[in-house]
Write a protein that binds this ligand. Structure first.
Ligand SMILES: [Zn+2]
Length: 157
């Protein structure tokens, strides 16, 4: 489900009009309308408020599957603070806070540089996952995986 559909679904499940939803979240009706057309996304504070008020998880709010990952570095996005921000301070539904800020990538990088940046966490990863990847294996796997993410599927920017 796309984020705009997920946000509209939460409102409808709670039997609210856009006006009522806006009042509950201290935003304008236009803001709610723009989320539901996919023009903008709510900011972190508003998402937290929605999550509390309606008892829905971050994944339900954003329409993500079980464990969404940053479409640039592959980091798992678990909390609202993990998500990057758009230029209007709305949340980025695709990138993490380290990769993406105010509507732009924090660092110009090639796929190879991103692989090397992630390699710094190999020991940590092996420990956490109980795996024993060598540097060489990890590099190959990482590169293949990152290449499937949105940032790297597009022509070099
Ligand atoms: Zn990232």
């Amino acid at each position: 489900m796309e984020t705009k559909e997920a946000l509209a679904a939460v409102r409808k499940q709670n039997g609210l009009t856009q006006d009522e939803m806006a009042a509950k979240l201290f935003v304008t009706r236009q803001a709610v309308s723009r989320w539901e057309t996919g023009e903008t996304t709510p900011n972190v504070d508003t998402l937290k408020l929605m999550s509390e008020q309606f008892g829905v998880s971050i994944n339900e709010l954003l329409g993500h599957g079980e464990s969404p990952e940053c479409q640039s570095c592959g980091m798992t996005l678990k909390t609202f603070e993990d998500f990057g921000t758009e230029a209007d301070e709305g949340i980025s539904t695709e990138y993490c806070v380290y990769c993406y800020h105010d509507g732009a990538f924090s660092t110009e990088r090639t796929l190879e540089e991103m692989v090397e940046s992630n390699m710094k966490h190999l020991a940590e990863y092996n420990q956490e996952m109980g795996t024993d990847f060598s540097e060489e294996d990890a590099r190959t796997i990482l590169k293949a995986h990152l290449a499937t993410l949105k940032r790297w599927r597009q022509p070099a920017r």
